[in-house]
Design a protein around this ligand. Structure first.
Ligand code: SF4
Length: 237
């Protein structure tokens, strides 16, 4: 297995397995959603090229293990045909996780799928964007934070706030959370935001991270090194 560009394969969602010569395909849905057709195609790909196993990841992804290197091009063709998007690994933006929000959760205050699409479409911040290290965004439709807003680099949840006699929907943001060997809880910003303001903040934080972080430095460590006050000023807060 010489001369294989494993990082390029990582970027396309094919991760090297423990077992020599095998790769797993990591795929992602849109805001964690998959269609029936995508599931059926996934099952077929798993049967044809894997061992009939589909693994559900903690970030709402689907993985098919035991794909042989020589089948990767065929798998790429089949997932493209089924409209399945590949996930990624390595120093890149991970797929943004989202709870169902107002799509069907009775507590959902915002359309999390729409926010997901705005981050990808309007900001161009997509899974696979090259960055100094892994970077995760999580969206939740209410203060229950089912996608664990405080455990991602950027975590966002909606909430209701008093606005005169009425109540309005505002967005709470956590920054600098991460898991791994050295986990950090994200810290909660002491003001809330409108959705458009949240998008500006996401754009600024990702741009700052991309420019300033050292290779393999998570956002939490960049904030620690920079100083929280300076960091917040730099991202427009
Ligand atoms: S965070 Fe709120 S809206 Fe989202 S799934 Fe949990 S309870 Fe529902």
């Amino acid at each position: 297995m010489k001369d294989i560009d494993y990082d390029a394969l990582n970027s396309e969602g094919f991760l090297r397995q423990k077992q020599e010569g095998f790769f797993l395909l990591r795929a992602r849905g849109e805001a964690g959603n998959y269609t029936r057709e995508q599931f059926l195609a996934f099952a077929e790909i798993s049967k044809r090229y894997g061992r009939g196993i589909i693994h559900l990841t903690t970030r709402q992804g689907l993985e098919i293990p035991f794909i042989r290197f020589e089948d990767i091009e065929n798998v790429k063709r089949d997932i493209l045909k089924a409209g399945i998007q590949p996930g990624t690994s390595g120093p890149r933006m991970r797929t943004t996780t989202a709870c169902p929000g107002s799509s069907w959760c009775k507590r959902g205050l915002i359309d999390t799928v729409s926010l997901y699409k705005r981050i990808e479409g309007e900001l161009g911040i997509r899974c696979g964007t090259e960055l100094p290290h892994k970077f995760k965004i999580a969206l939740s439709g209410c203060p229950n934070k089912c996608t664990r807003a405080d455990a991602s680099e950027i975590g966002i949840h909606a909430g209701l706030e008093a606005s005169g006699p009425a109540r309005e929907i505002r967005y709470t943001v956590y920054l600098g959370g991460c898991g791994g060997k050295a986990p950090h809880m994200g810290f909660k910003l002491d003001k809330t935001f409108a959705e458009d303001e949240v998008l500006v903040l996401v754009k600024n934080v990702v741009a700052y991270y991309k420019e300033k972080a050292k290779p393999r430095q998570r956002l939490a460590l960049l904030i620690k090194e920079t100083g929280r006050g300076i960091f917040l000023k730099e991202v427009g807060l």
